[in-house]
Design a protein around this ligand. Structure first.
Ligand code: CXF
Ligand code: ZN
Length: 380
């Protein structure tokens, strides 16, 4: 067995921003206490990996292994791991669910305070080190506590959820990040009710997943906003009922158009782009009194919103909130979402627009960058 020994395997290493990933042999150390070594089955590419791939302003984070939307099988476990065992099928997540802290024990939150979310190139707990090295001993860094673009990876046990092994891995892996985030934002953060009107800014995978979540909650009207009208075709298949092309509103703003369409604003607005100006638009077209704006998109670090004081005070009852992973508590909610997929309620199949082999991983980046794919599954 490989237990307790380093494993030599293939990984797609990101060596420099914007440069294609390089297929290399690397060494993956055995799991430290409270860690799990996973044989990755497949990953799908989330847009955040593109953001991290092009990032130049964080020092010392190359070379590294990207990938954080995945599924795999436990190869071995470190000391003190009782929750999962060798052979279990698990979904790793960039958010932790330690199950012990105030945040994890509360039903109100998915924010773990013991291993709080941060973008770190290290393991989150035992020694803050890395478990990857190149064959000549060079340190290779992690990404979002998952690093699934490697045949084997090491993840903290707080970052894995055990799942039913019979579910198709290419579908289950989508719940590791993007689809859970979008569906969760509609379900757990906004708590969309039957008959409501929803506006979604940005119809990428996250926006489409919000539409899917809103549809499951019985929303009556789902308005998609994007600059690319082709996205509406995709949106329609997921229950988007109306489309506003943000570039074709003439002398009106998007929020003006939506306020007219809805007779005073929507019940829920979701920002899935990451632009402060779009948060303003969203907030401006959610209904006075109770409209809720949910921020999901990731803006540049240091971005500010700059809302006017009276925009908040005078609209009494309107709210803005952000979320991480759509408010989904990994260990309790991922199994619920998987069950809803098995019940044929939640759709996952339609998100998978492409499937490729690990050696072709750079194609997945092209497909997502050009907007051609929703989710491209990469098989190891
Ligand atoms: C994102 C969520 C928001 C902060 C950066 C990472 N997660 C996954 O794609
Ligand atoms: Zn992601």
């Amino acid at each position: 067995s490989t237990k307790g020994k380093p494993i030599r395997c293939k990984a797609a290493v990101s060596r420099a921003p914007n440069e294609p990933l390089v297929m290399e042999e690397i060494m993956v150390a055995p799991p430290m206490p409270r860690e799990v070594r996973i044989k990755v089955i497949c990953s799908s590419l989330c847009h955040t990996d593109i953001g991290l791939w092009v990032l130049k302003d964080l020092p010392g984070i190359y070379p590294r292994v990207l990938g954080h939307e995945a599924i795999g099988v436990v190869e071995s476990v470190g000391e003190g791991v009782h929750e999962v065992a060798v052979g279990d099928t698990v979904i790793p997540t960039f958010v932790s669910d330690c199950g012990e802290c105030d945040g994890c024990r509360s039903q109100k939150s998915n924010i773990c305070t013991k291993l709080p979310f941060k973008i770190t190139p290290y393991m989150p707990r035992y020694d803050q080190g890395t478990r990857f090295t190149s064959l000549n001993g060079e340190t290779i860094y992690h990404t979002l506590c998952v690093s699934s673009f490697s045949e084997y990876t090491v993840v903290d046990v707080a970052h894995v959820t055990k799942v039913d092994p019979s579910i198709s891995p290419s579908r289950a892996c989508l719940l590791s990040c993007g689809i859970s985030t979008g569906v969760g934002a509609a379900w757990k953060i906004a708590n969309v009710e039957e008959g409501s009107t929803v506006v979604i800014f940005g119809l990428g995978s996250i926006g489409i997943a919000v539409a899917e979540g809103a549809r499951l909650r019985g929303a009556a009207r789902i308005i998609g906003v994007d600059l690319n009208s082709k996205k509406f075709e995709m949106g329609k298949m997921f229950g988007v009922t109306d489309f506003v092309n943000g570039g074709e509103c003439g002398d009106k703003s998007v929020s003006q158009v939506i306020n007219e369409m809805t007779g005073g604003g929507a019940d829920y607005c979701f920002e899935c782009i990451g632009l402060p100006s779009m948060v303003h638009e969203a907030y401006s077209c959610c209904r006075n009194g109770w409209g809720k704006t949910v921020i999901i998109g990731v803006a540049k670090p240091g971005s500010e919103l700059g809302l006017k004081y009276h925009d908040i005070l005078d609209c009494g009852g309107k709210s803005i909130m952000g979320c991480i992973f759509g408010g989904v508590k990994a260990k309790t909610d991922i199994p619920i979402l998987l069950q809803r997929y098995l019940n044929k309620e939640l759709r996952l199949d339609q998100f998978v627009t492409h499937e490729i082999q690990f050696d072709d991983i750079n194609k997945a980046f092209d497909l997502l960058l050009t907007g051609e794919s929703l989710r491209c599954v990469i098989w190891m």
